[in-house]
Write a protein that binds this ligand. Structure first.
Ligand SMILES: O=C1O[C@H](COP(=O)(O)O)[C@@H](O)[C@H](O)[C@H]1O
Length: 266
């Protein structure tokens, strides 16, 4: 059961004793959003991240979710991707394919990975083009307040430096306002070439979940959630603030260990 503490800035915090409890609740959360979205729109457009997130959502491959989730209605995207071959160990697509997508009955044509045969710049352009086509046909919903897609759910991890997707602290792409998908060639975390959703796209989603585990991220969680040094040079995770959507942070106790006096109730 989560030890929950409401926090400011519209962030709901869910804190768990361990990653096993977190994974179970996260699977429930995703399954419920999927069910609601399929009821309302007939489809579920979800964007994944890479890294530790994938092992934390693996329970979706197990009972009851493997049978109860309407996998054929899922359209799958990546909030960020490393520009490497899809078969490369660094590929976020490969991580999700091996960990989840190969184990559940998603429709292969609904899985929208990047073009891995072109430059980072072209891969970002191509990916935005694909998303624009799917917005036109409303497979992906559209924001009613800005020119942005409105994903049903974007799942993000966070690095110890506060990066989310491939939006790194102090990087100029944090200021991108027009593009939906952009690229970097100087990622401080290898590999250097990546594509990423921009902040306007992340902040237009109906639901955003930031999933963070481990003591190595406790300082960053504290800086972001407790809003330490409000004028601190932008920590990307702090800039994740959906305009109209819901924002939930899933934390294990280790990641939450440096939060200021949060009161928890079971
Ligand atoms: O490089 C990346 O890092 C972040 C965080 O990864 P984690 O293993 O520390 O959870 C990840 O969310 C992103 O998708 C990935 O490309």
């Amino acid at each position: 059961m989560a030890l929950c503490g409401a926090k400011k800035d519209g962030r709901e915090l869910k804190i768990y004793e361990n990653t096993d409890e977190l994974s179970t609740d996260l699977a429930d959360y995703i399954a419920e959003l999927s069910e609601n979205s399929v009821k309302e729109r007939g489809v579920f457009a979800i964007a994944l991240s890479g890294g530790s997130l994938i092992s934390l959502i693996c329970k979706l491959c197990e009972a009851p979710y493997n049978k109860t989730v309407d996998w054929a209605k899922w359209y799958i995207f990546w909030a960020d991707e490393r520009v490497v071959a899809k078969s490369h160990a660094d590929s976020n697509y490969k991580l999700a394919k091996d960990g989840i997508l190969s184990k559940v009955p998603v429709i292969p044509s609904h899985v929208h990975s990047i073009n891995d045969t072109v430059s980072a710049e072209k891969a970002a352009e191509d990916y935005e083009f694909v998303i624009r086509q799917l917005v036109r046909t409303r497979v992906i919903n559209v924001s009613d307040i800005c020119d942005c897609p409105k994903f049903d759910l974007i799942l993000l991890g966070m690095g110890p430096d506060g990066h989310v997707a491939s939006l790194f602290p102090g990087h100029s792409v944090l200021d991108e306002k027009e593009l939906w998908v952009t690229f970097i060639t100087d990622s401080p975390k290898p590999p250097p070439e990546r594509i990423t959703f921009t902040l306007p796209v992340i902040n237009s989603a109906s639901n955003v979940a930031v999933v963070v585990t481990g003591g190595s991220k406790a300082d960053a969680v504290h800086l972001v959630v407790d809003d330490v040094e409000p004028d601190h040079p932008s920590l990307p995770a702090k800039l994740v603030q959906p305009t109209k959507g819901n924002l939930v942070w899933f934390l294990d106790k280790a990641a939450a260990s440096k939060l200021d006096g949060t009161k928890f109730s079971e």
